[in-house]
Design a binder for this molecule. Structure first.
Ligand code: SF4
Length: 333
């Protein structure tokens, strides 16, 4: 991993409007799916993004590719330019450098295309091969990288298992030599036995091609194997960001502590200290006042009423360890 910044994300917000058809499509509110996310991604680095369903992690990943231009504000600085402000023709070559791997390998591949055609498609769209021969050679090379032999190239996605289909999706994403891969829960639809194979493959590719990754996952146990740093999201906010080792060994935010305590331990003799998360995640249409986590936080009474009244700012507690919680107001740098 280098010190060069690949991506600088500043105050990213994605607010989807809600319209009421009974009131002549009047705008009646908004879903604050992502609400002020700031982070940096270095070249060759993998940042894990975790949180419960609906916390905004997938929307964040898609907003980085400017897939919601009408609803996104803030900055996504790539090579010195804010891609959220770029016109489409200028953005197109940059999108080549940023590819996404989807959660569901079953629906992300066209069932009418052979594996070879699926991998060739982006090469054709971006005119990256001068002949059919070159196209085939490049596709077979990419399939070889993800562990497919040339004999499998003429078969269809339906003939493969979930893990193999995810490999095809990875080969397709690699076709354009991306600098950034956004992996949206790439193993959550797979059997546990196959998950580690895909995680190992992604780890190998990262080292081989020096690709930066945003790795989105539901639980902290999955991102542990692939991430350099981890960001924990709650209700559209990043509530803690730290180096992997620091986050697992010295978590600070009460939500991170609760998520960590929920990771299953294979040894039945180990005594678990689970931190219960009471209630559901509040609606992003009507988020709580003050700290977004205060309705479920067991420390909410310890900040003299501030938790329910005042939004906590993100603070750097130690070098590279950021946390959004009033409990640490007096310890920050
Ligand atoms: Fe809990 Fe208050 Fe910290 Fe929010 S600010 S996480 S409610 S202690």
């Amino acid at each position: 991993m280098s010190n060069n910044v690949l991506l600088q994300v500043n105050d990213l917000k994605v607010h989807f409007p809600i319209y009421n058809k009974a009131l002549f499509a009047k705008r009646t509110g908004e879903v604050k799916a992502v609400d002020g996310v700031t982070f940096t991604l270095h070249e060759g680095e993998t940042l894990g993004l975790v949180g419960e369903s609906g916390c905004g992690k997938t929307t964040t990943g898609k907003a980085l590719l400017n897939l919601y231009p009408r609803y996104t504000t803030g900055e996504v600085i790539y090579e010195g330019k804010n891609i959220l402000k770029m016109p489409d023709p200028e953005l197109r070559p940059i999108r080549r450098n940023m590819q996404m791997i989807f959660q569901d390998p079953y629906s992300s591949l066209d069932p009418r295309m052979t594996v070879q055609q699926i991998v060739e498609e982006p090469l054709i769209i971006h005119h990256l091969a001068s002949s059919k021969q070159e196209l085939r050679e490049r596709a077979l090379e990419l399939l070889d990288v993800v562990g497919f032999s040339s004999k499998m190239a003429d078969r269809y996605p339906s003939e493969f298992s979930g893990g193999q289909r995810q490999r095809i999706g990875i080969a397709r994403a690699l076709a354009l030599n991306p600098k950034l891969l956004i992996c949206d829960e790439p193993v959550s639809a797979l059997d546990v036995s196959v998950q580690s194979q895909i995680l190992n493959l992604l780890g190998d590719l990262r080292s081989k091609y020096n690709i930066s990754m945003i790795f989105i996952a539901h639980g902290l146990n999955v991102v542990r194997h692939v991430s350099d740093r981890i960001g924990v999201m709650y209700l559209g906010h990043l509530v803690e960001v730290a180096e992997k080792k620091t986050l697992y060994e010295e978590p600070l935010h009460p939500y991170t502590k609760a998520l960590l305590s929920a990771i299953p331990v294979p040894d039945p003799t180990v005594e678990l200290h689970r931190i219960p998360l009471e209630g559901d995640v509040p609606s992003p249409v009507n988020p709580p006042s003050g700290c977004p986590f205060h309705t479920r936080c067991q420390y909410a009474g310890q900040c003299g009423g501030r938790c329910s009244a005042e939004f906590p700012k993100m603070k750097e507690i130690k070098v590279g360890h950021f946390v959004m919680c009033h409990l640490f107001d007096y310890n920050s740098k």
